[in-house]
Design a protein around this ligand. Structure first.
Ligand code: NAD
Length: 418
């Protein structure tokens, strides 16, 4: 097996190439879709608590806005690279298209380690980022949101900084805000909830009873924690057998109480040492024999090296880019049903879109309305992709690309771009 290329942007391009070939996309449209339309690289001087100034690197990529203003989260991560941000922006383009919301795809990132920064330093960095990218974002242009290691509080600081720049409130400039500042009910758990609705639909197609499903979760942040509790709340499954975070994992084949382990993580900052469990590594967790595996942390965790050992029936990719293209082929051959990332985790951007709509109307929906609308969008998207998977006899990721790329290409054609 040749070494896999783990550059996420190269992977995103490779996935697009495959879809373009199957769709018979004309070379011009294909070339236009292979690159971001715009990107901004910024350097961010920030006064640290010790009085020194540290300069951080930041990015904002607007991948494609043919279907509407670009939309995508901002990551704070020490290993952030422009290629990761490009890949994530490309996946946002396919994600908004696959759930059929009138937005394009973008993404932002700052190379930093928020775990080593004080709240004041994080606030100053967040505001400095908006001072720099403020000129290219806005409700009609590009709308950021939270992602890895960014929070509703960070969104609030960013929205406030934008307000001082513009001189008026534009809450829809950013989503994932606290409720007090125009956030949407149901945004907190939307990513995981959307993934759970997909798992429900996938289970139907596989004849699996989700209330009896065993499941394991890699990554225990926003996406992973809510997946743990919602498997129980929405689908009735009580069989969470393993969870992990960046410090390691825990395992109990008899089941781990989801709500209690979430509480433990919130109190201690880790899952390690959770009573009644055995330690397990992140690598071992992925290879457990479970019905549903939720990769919910970072990219490239299922590769050609371990794909052959994955025993889950369903891989529900809440993380972006957890599976490499070579691994995809192996999973497909082994009949592992993959719910691909930009379908599985599209619930977050869908409720972010609902947040933008509510901000524009200045009128807010109750939780049952958010859940019902989200369920409608996710179920329709899953079934569009599943139909393509069956009709074209391709794996679910390729099917999701075919659905999404067709929609973006159509918008570009109508605009006369290609
Ligand atoms: P988060 O910052 O809340 O949590 C990330 C979790 O991953 C943490 O528990 C961290 O400990 C863990 N982690 C980090 N490195 C790890 C490693 N090497 N091994 C195991 N665990 C590790 O982030 P999140 O919002 O939950 O995002 C997780 C994934 O879901 C990302 O890929 C993100 O792009 C994707 N996603 C999130 C949303 C959302 O709305 N939050 C939406 C779409 C996609």
């Amino acid at each position: 097996m040749p070494d896999e290329k783990l550059n996420p942007f190269k992977i995103a391009q490779q996935q697009l190439d495959e879809a373009a070939k199957i769709l018979g996309l004309d070379p011009g449209t294909h070339a236009a879709l292979r690159e971001p339309m715009r990107e901004l690289h910024v350097s961010l001087p920030v006064r640290m608590d010790d009085g020194t100034v540290k300069v951080f690197k930041g990015f904002r990529v607007q991948y494609n806005d043919a279907r509407g203003p670009t939309k995508g989260g901002i990551r704070f991560h020490p290993e952030e690279t422009i290629d990761t941000v490009r890949a994530l922006a490309a996946w946002m383009t396919w994600k908004t298209a696959v759930v059929d919301i009138p937005l394009g795809g973008g993404k932002g990132g700052i190379v930093c380690n928020p775990k080593e920064m004080s709240p004041g330093e994080i606030e100053r960095l967040s505001r400095q980022y908006v001072r720099q990218v403020g000129r290219i974002i806005g409700l009609e242009k590009d709308v950021p949101a939270p992602d890895v290691y960014t929070t509703p509080q960070i969104m609030a600081w960013m929205m406030d900084e934008f307000y001082w720049q513009k001189g008026y409130n534009e809450p829809g400039v950013i989503t994932g805000k606290p409720l007090a500042l125009g956030g949407s009910k149901g945004r907190n758990d939307a990513t995981a909830r959307g993934g759970i609705y997909c798992v429900r639909e996938a289970a139907k197609t596989l004849g699996l009873d989700p209330s009896k499903a065993t499941y394991a979760i890699q990554g225990f942040g926003n996406a992973g924690q809510y997946a743990a509790t919602l498997m129980n709340e929405v689908l009735g499954s009580k069989k969470l057998v393993a969870v992990s975070d960046s410090k390691g994992g825990v395992y109990n084949p008899e089941g781990i109480d989801a709500a209690t382990v979430v509480k433990y993580k919130l109190e201690t900052g880790e899952v390690k040492g959770f009573p009644g469990t055995k330690p397990i590594t992140n690598e071992e967790l992925l290879e457990l024999k479970v019905d549903v595996l939720f990769p919910s942390a970072l990219e490239n965790v299922i590769t050609a090296k371990n794909a052959g050992n994955i025993k889950a029936k369903i891989v529900a990719e809440l993380a972006n880019g957890p599976t490499t293209p070579e691994a995809d082929e192996i999973l497909y051959k082994n009949n592992v049903f993959v719910i691909p990332d930009f379908l599985c985790n599209a619930g977050g951007v869908t409720v972010s879109y609902f947040e933008m709509v509510q901000n524009s109307y200045n009128f807010y929906w109750e939780l049952p309305e958010v859940h019902a609308r989200l369920d409608g969008k996710m179920t329709k998207a899953f079934n569009d992709v599943y139909k393509m998977h069956k009709d074209r006899k391709v794996h679910m990721r390729v099917a999701a690309y075919l659905v999404a790329v067709q929609r973006v290409a159509e918008a570009m054609r109508f605009r006369g771009w290609v």
